[in-house]
Design a protein around this ligand. Structure first.
Ligand SMILES: Cc1cc2nc3c(=O)[nH]c(=O)nc-3n(C[C@H](O)[C@H](O)[C@H](O)COP(=O)(O)OP(=O)(O)OC[C@H]3O[C@@H](n4cnc5c(N)ncnc54)[C@H](O)[C@@H]3O)c2cc1C
Length: 437
């Protein structure tokens, strides 16, 4: 086995992974193609460049991002250290001075004696020996994407993310909904259905067609050529288009009555804590999604764990390709981390780099993979993206719907989340101590 672990991509995930391995005394060769070869959105040659917002999300422990940060802090994350050192005030969020943040990480990694930085685009995996970590992100260069496709097969590498919003089931008023699969009168069925009368449907249609959408970036324009239509575009074609399309009520009669239109919700996880709004892939601005979908019956208090997006995003079909340690089942010496595995967001990408580095360190030492506790945000997110049962995989971010229920009932939503967060940190601390992490 080669003496160094090869990491491709010094973004959020690759930088965190390089740091975690190097601080454990493992040599790393870190390949980064910038600044010579740029992506469509990066501007500099710095590592861990934040390409859009300068925020790593909320800090409160009752939020998915807040708990994930606390867990990463506990595991000595470089990305969190850099964020703490370069933070700018942003209310309850952790926002950073993006230039100083990326410079901090670049300096730390470049100065580390165990890390060799190689400014080069990797286009073939054959050149690399030993353990390899691919962390090239949503804008993986086309040459490498082709090499990955050779490994995974064409059908398991995606170039666009066209996702519908996902809501927490417990935030909905189910008394105005019913479970039924289309044309299945035996029941109870796999879909939670939201019936709309004519007035409700037309009000929803008006909101949808007049809400603000995200401007289409140049590198995203291809999406629309793919024939993948956002729900608001579809709605603009006519008042009844949705009623004969994704919101069609046929086969969803209830008590012998067919509603004017029906929005279906599909379970996103086995326990059914997360529900996907079927057919509602959208380019509406996030605030607008919340406002518009909350006008639906039973949605007044809906909590969105993921908003709909339609953008360029290279990611693999992780549930079918990756083992729990993030290595390819078909090529166990090749690991993946970051957004390319189907986690979504700066923080999640960095967290995924951290997790995978710990798995790589185990493999490097000839040890079996760690069995990460499911009560932690990091463990449950990684378990989600490698769960074989996800046959229609779409990227996921950190949220409380991923965590197992508490043994006790707590009425207040915030208190319930805080109790789960406290449980996670206790479990993680014990795990880190006993596993020598
Ligand atoms: C336009 C856009 C806007 C986004 N905005 C946000 C946002 O506001 N907030 C948020 O939380 N998330 C956002 N994301 C999502 C995502 O969290 C970030 O893209 C994040 O940077 C992903 O981390 P990563 O480490 O997986 O990839 P990256 O940070 O992109 O790192 C990958 C690295 O690999 C390098 N690379 C690529 N190919 C090769 C190759 N062949 N050889 C060598 N190096 C290579 C790249 O240059 C890059 O440095 C956005 C994504 C995009 C595309």
């Amino acid at each position: 086995m080669s003496e160094a672990i090869q990491i491709i991509g010094a973004g959020l995930a690759g930088s965190e992974a390089a740091w975690q391995l190097a601080k454990r005394g493992i040599a790393v060769r870190l390949y980064e193609m910038r600044p010579e070869t740029q992506t469509a959105v990066h501007q500099t040659g710095d590592f861990a460049e934040l390409v859009c917002s300068n925020s790593l999300g909320a800090e409160g422990l009752e939020t998915g991002a807040g708990l994930l940060k606390a867990e990463m802090r506990l595991l000595d994350s470089l990305v969190i250290k850099a964020a703490d050192a370069t933070r700018v005030s942003a209310g309850k969020a952790l926002a950073v001075d993006r230039k100083r943040f990326a410079e901090y990480i670049t300096a730390k990694l470049s100065a580390h004696p165990k890390i060799t930085v190689i400014r080069q685009e990797v286009t073939s995996l054959r050149e690399l020996s030993g353990l390899v970590l691919i962390a090239t992100g949503p804008l993986t260069s086309p040459g490498l994407a082709e090499a990955i496709q050779d490994l995974t097969g064409e059908a398991d590498l995606y170039f666009f993310d066209a996702a519908a919003p996902i809501v927490e089931r417990e935030s909905l008023d189910e008394s105005v909904m019913y479970w039924k699969s289309r044309y299945d009168d035996e029941g109870p069925g796999d879909y939670l259905n939201v019936p709309l009368n004519r007035e409700e449907y037309e009000a929803f249609w008006r909101e949808l067609t007049t809400a603000e959408v995200v401007p289409l970036a140049e590198h995203d324009k291809l999406i629309l050529f793919e024939g993948c239509m956002p729900i608001e575009e579809l709605a603009r074609r006519g008042l009844d288009t949705l009623r004969f399309g994704p919101l069609r009520p046929v086969g969803l009669e209830i008590n012998g009555h067919r509603p004017w239109a029906v929005l279906q919700l599909r379970k996103e996880d086995e326990a059914g804590r997360l529900l996907n709004l079927v057919g509602c892939q959208t380019r509406l601005k996030w605030g607008e999604q919340k406002r518009v979908f909350r006008t639906l019956p039973g949605f007044a208090e809906a909590e969105f764990v993921r908003y709909g997006v339609m953008h360029r995003n290279t990611y693999i079909n992780s549930p079918q390709l990756l083992a729990e340690d993030m290595s390819l089942v078909s090529h166990p010496e090749i690991f993946f981390a970051g957004q390319i595995t189907g986690v979504e967001g700066y923080l999640e990408s960095a967290a995924s780099g951290l997790y995978t580095a710990l798995m790589l360190a185990r493999r490097f030492a000839g040890l079996p993979p760690l069995i990460w506790p499911a009560e932690t945000m990091l463990g449950s997110l990684m378990a989600y993206i490698t769960d074989r049962r996800h046959t229609d995989f779409q990227p996921m971010n950190a949220n409380f719907g991923l965590l197992p229920d508490l043994p006790e009932k707590i009425r207040s939503k915030k208190e319930r989340k805080l109790a789960k967060a406290r449980r996670s940190l206790v479990v993680l601390e014990h795990f880190a101590k006993t596993q020598n992490i």
